[in-house]
Design a protein around this ligand. Structure first.
Ligand SMILES: Nc1ncnc2c1ncn2[C@@H]1O[C@H](COP(=O)(O)OP(=O)(O)OP(=O)(O)O)[C@@H](O)[C@H]1O
Ligand SMILES: [Mg+2]
Length: 277
């Protein structure tokens, strides 16, 4: 359970990245969504003790982020958005070093590392130097480190950015098998919907929406997405769009299509800026 209370982060240059945020995260997998610069990384870095808040408190399983920092570090693992590998070491060495640094027993390390490398499809390249691996393989190695960690709470900042569709499925499947709590950030709506029990949408340093995707979407029953050529689109009441058959037929001829409301629409309506009519 993570409890954020009146959290503000003002960087040295005056940028307010988080503005008086209060939030509770208690589901198994939570996805944080939001536009570039919304404050997701700042939030994750604070929750994982890498960055100090300007004001406000964060409690993780009842422990205070600032006062009980060392205790918290024992139960969390975090993979930052910008993380550079050690080029000469292999994926297996990365995972094993990570586990060793976290104080896991030698006898467990080999087995846990093997399991997570296999789950993420990295077993065949386990001995290659990271410098010679593709960007996606490096990314997956960092996910493997977090997965093998046995941490109670795992923070992953954009773990699947740049991954091919199969690698992404490998990451999802690995994440689903974890017993602990997972907080990820993502720009992939499909991922947030498929993977998480709850999403939090952040806009301009504040959460603007939180909940199960299915429940959030049900608020928009009776509305549809009308999509047009050149990327134009609009959310409309379904009875209007469907009943004016002539209008609908004309729109379809002009290349418009009518679709169900999706998480992407919620994103655009609640934090993605203006919608073009
Ligand atoms: N070290 C820093 N110094 C000053 N401002 C910063 C710093 N790091 C981030 N910011 C600013 O804080 C705001 C939030 O940034 P943050 O990295 O948390 O966004 P994000 O939601 O993770 O974005 P993205 O999707 O691009 O990763 C932005 O306005 C950013 O420019
Ligand atoms: Mg970020």
């Amino acid at each position: 359970m993570i409890e954020v209370s009146r959290l503000t982060k003002r960087y040295d240059d005056g940028t307010v990245a988080l503005n008086n945020v209060s939030l509770k995260l208690n589901r198994r997998i939570t996805s944080i969504l939001g536009r570039n610069g919304a404050g997701k990384t700042t939030m994750i870095r604070i929750m994982s003790t890498q960055l100090k808040p300007t004001s406000g408190t964060v409690k993780i399983n009842g422990l205070d982020l600032v006062k009980d920092r060392d205790e918290i570090r024992k139960i969390i693992a975090s993979i930052p958005q910008e993380i550079a590998p050690w080029d000469v070491a292999s994926p297996q060495e990365h995972v094993e070093m990570f586990l060793s640094a976290r104080g896991l027993k030698r006898s467990d390390i080999k087995h846990l590392a093997e399991k997570s490398l296999k789950e993420l499809g990295l077993w065949d390249v386990r001995d290659k130097a990271m410098g010679g691996l593709s960007g996606g393989m490096k990314r997956k190695t960092f996910v493997a480190m977090a997965l093998a960690s046995q941490a109670e709470i795992i923070f992953l900042d954009e773990p699947t950015t740049g991954l091919d569709p199969i690698s992404r499925l490998e990451v999802w499947s690995a994440l689903r098998k974890i017993n602990g709590t997972i907080v990820i950030t993502t720009h992939y709506m499909e991922e947030a919907k498929e993977l998480s029990d709850e999403v939090v949408l952040v806009n301009n340093g504040r959460p603007v929406m939180q909940g199960e995707v299915r429940k959030l979407l049900s608020r928009f029953n009776g509305r549809v997405r009308v999509e047009g050529p050149k990327g134009k689109y609009k959310v409309a009441d379904s009875h209007i769009s469907y009943m004016r058959i002539k209008d609908a037929q004309r729109l379809l001829k002009e290349g418009y299509s009518i679709k169900q409301i999706s998480l992407e629409d919620l994103f655009i309506m609640n934090g993605g800026g203006a919608i073009e009519d």
